[in-house]
Design a protein around this ligand. Structure first.
Ligand code: ADP
Length: 245
């Protein structure tokens, strides 16, 4: 892998954990309970990728596939203000697409390739260096219900992630996907800290981050199964400006 770049999260400790930020040519998976900060981090990275290189960004744009209607333009504006970039420009540099079901979501990743190619050819436009899929699994989980549907669900997810990897390689971009875990620790099925999608996802997401709430406003990111970085944890907070220490 050549010319790998990183997109900083905005939290110093968080970035230290990742040795600078999330990587291009890689899928990073954020998993955690509802409210653990997955969508906030996704918003923050869509802003930070736009920062000039001397400020740690890639001077680029983002494609944001939103499956649960959780993208908030107002939040992007706050975060843009927090890093000192123009709010409207920040919004213009995020291409948001709402995915209505899993097939549509898969199609959108293919469309993302076309859009990124167009941006490359356009003189004015910023190149796309971040693909967000928030949430990767919600539609798949809702549509493929029960044991009988499990194999097909995994097969579809597998294909979907392959397309995402292809995207990251074609454009030297980062992919960030989110995944919810069961929020009931007493749930009959499975370990509450295990992400949906199980092993297939595990083998494809190069970086996996488990997020959880801590005391007060603090949250903890744990790096799990990393091929080249030590496992560890970093504390971050979410405030009005965005993700911080
Ligand atoms: P997930 O995607 O993991 O379900 P979110 O990323 O949506 O979780 O995180 C939601 C949390 O982020 C809220 O509970 C709140 O603590 C925090 N948050 C969201 N917006 C703001 C804000 N403007 N200022 C401070 N904290 C915020």
């Amino acid at each position: 892998r050549k010319n790998v770049s990183k997109i900083p999260t905005g939290g110093e400790e968080f970035d230290e954990l990742l040795d600078g930020g999330i990587e291009t040519q890689t899928i990073t998976e954020l998993y955690g309970e509802y409210g653990s900060g997955k969508t906030q981090i996704a918003h923050q990275l869509a802003v930070n990728v736009q920062l000039p290189e001397e400020e740690g960004g890639l001077d680029s744009s983002a494609i944001y596939i939103d499956t649960e209607n959780s993208f908030r333009p107002e939040r992007i504006k706050q975060m843009a203000e927090g890093v000192g970039i123009d709010e409207e420009e920040a919004l213009d540099n995020i291409f948001v697409a709402r995915a209505y079901n899993s097939n549509h979501q898969m199609l959108l990743v293919e469309k993302a390739q076309e859009l990124a190619k167009e941006q490359e050819e356009e003189e004015e436009g910023k190149q796309v260096k971040l693909l967000v899929i928030d949430s990767l699994t919600s539609h798949f989980r809702a549509e493929y219900v029960g044991r009988g549907a499990l194999a097909e669900r995994q097969q579809k997810l597998n294909k979907h992630l392959h397309e995402a990897i292809k995207f990251t390689n074609l454009f030297n971009a980062a992919a960030l996907v989110t995944n919810q875990v069961q929020s009931n620790p007493d749930a009959f099925f499975g370990d509450p800290t295990r992400p949906i999608g199980g092993n297939i996802l595990g083998h494809m997401a190069t970086f996996r981050l488990y997020l959880r709430k801590s005391k007060g406003e603090k949250r903890i990111a744990r790096l799990v199964d990393s091929p080249c970085l030590p496992e560890g944890e970093g504390v971050f907070t979410i405030n009005k400006e965005g993700i911080r220490d």
